[in-house]
Design a protein around this ligand. Structure first.
Ligand code: ADP
Length: 235
């Protein structure tokens, strides 16, 4: 069974659909890149998958025993969030909030989980530092560690390399690919179609005409060819 399946999903705001009747499925271990023009609804799709907003119609079905609060999410950062006055450790631990339920404090196991995530993302030595004093690349690694605290199975990443310099971008991609190789399923919004075509297993393009399929199918499809021809996949 697919870890995530969207069936005839329509989503948007105030009853107006951005995308209608979108259907696709993601298998455990896949690396799906979501591409499309700005404003096409990529972030809204992620919010709908996470249950932060209800679909206008259709269904999001989770498989593999996955629950909605066990999906890790790395949202796009706003300038205000970049200035958040908390320690790295506090931010990473907050990724366990979905597991807390009515408990007011993190358990020893959750604290350990946060330590392991920090180690995996090479931010352990920053644990006591204030988040807002970090570089953009360090901040994104901290947020990826936070997202990892929430999940062992599925990560949703919304433009995780936006605003990073080339070295920090490569480092972030390397870490993300490492998580996928360890078995975590990835859905990542990206503006870098060349990266997506080099590394993702599947492509979902949303917009007026949407496409879902393997990389090879995308390259053969009129949607993929038009998108590439229009130069929207340039780095
Ligand atoms: P993308 O991630 O592809 O850039 P978004 O999903 O962020 O696109 O936004 C899709 C469209 O929905 C945009 O036109 C945006 O202005 C609009 N939108 C985003 N958030 C809201 C909201 N809370 N209420 C109404 N419209 C919104």
């Amino acid at each position: 069974m697919a870890i995530l399946q969207c069936d005839n999903l329509s989503f948007g705001y105030e009853g107006r659909a951005l995308i209608r009747d979108l259907s696709f499925s993601v298998q455990a271990g896949d690396y799906l890149c979501v591409v499309g023009q700005n404003g096409s609804g990529k972030t809204t799709l992620m919010r709908t998958i996470l249950g932060l907003q209800s679909p206008l119609s259709g269904r999001v079905i989770l498989g593999d025993g996955l629950r909605q609060n066990e999906i890790g999410y790395l949202p796009q950062q706003t300038l205000i969030q970049r200035d958040f006055p908390a320690s790295v450790e506090e931010i990473v631990r907050s990724g366990c909030q979905g597991r807390l339920g009515l408990r007011p404090f993190y358990s020893a196991a959750e604290k350990q989980r946060a330590r392991e995530a920090m180690e995996k993302l090479s931010v352990s030595e920053l644990a006591r530092r204030c988040y807002r004093e970090l570089s953009g690349g360090q901040q994104q690694r901290v947020l990826l560690a936070r997202a990892l605290c929430a999940t062992e199975k599925l990560l949703l990443l919304d433009e995780p390399v936006a605003g990073l310099d080339p070295m920090a971008t490569d480092e972030m991609y390397r870490l993300i690919e490492g998580l996928n190789q360890e078995g975590i399923t990835l859905i990542m919004i990206s503006h870098d179609l060349h990266y997506a075509l080099g590394h993702a297993s599947h492509i979902l393009q949303i917009g007026r005409d949407w496409f879902f399929g393997s990389k090879a199918d995308y390259l053969r499809s009129p949607t993929g060819r038009n998108f590439l021809r229009a130069g929207r996949g340039e780095r």
